[in-house]
Design a protein around this ligand. Structure first.
Ligand code: FES
Length: 118
């Protein structure tokens, strides 16, 4: 995968606190993985070669999303089947909610790094 396809960090007005989270080679397109980063539960998803990082917690009743399903486009909560767009984190059904997104990037060693500080 070309690292240039990866999502750029969100608005960057200062130094990021990148923490290595997971090897990019182990997160194939269409896969998601729950990891812990500096004590934060993080959900990594690879949607069409674009990696995103979210809080691994459903905004409805805090269910861990890595126990749900990912069809390559939508993350589906295992508890009540709320659906979220994998690239934006926005709710699809219902559409008035969103996942909490963390900035992420890939370092020169091919490791997905996440900023859970801000
Ligand atoms: S806890 Fe996720 S849909 Fe209810």
């Amino acid at each position: 995968m070309n690292p240039n396809q990866l999502a750029a960090p969100q608005s960057d007005d200062g130094e990021r606190s990148w923490i290595e989270a997971y090897p990019l080679d182990d997160l194939w397109e269409g896969e998601m993985e729950g990891v812990e980063v500096a004590g934060h539960k993080v959900l990594l998803v690879n949607a069409d070669g674009e990696v995103r990082a979210y809080r691994n917690q459903c905004p409805h009743q805090a269910w861990p999303l890595d126990e749900g399903d990912f069809d390559g486009e939508k993350i589906i909560c295992p508890n009540h089947s709320w659906e979220f767009d994998a690239k934006s984190g926005c709710g699809i059904n219902p559409n008035d909610c969103a996942l909490t997104r963390y900035p992420c990037t890939v370092n020169d060693d091919g490791v997905i790094c996440v900023d859970v500080v801000r």
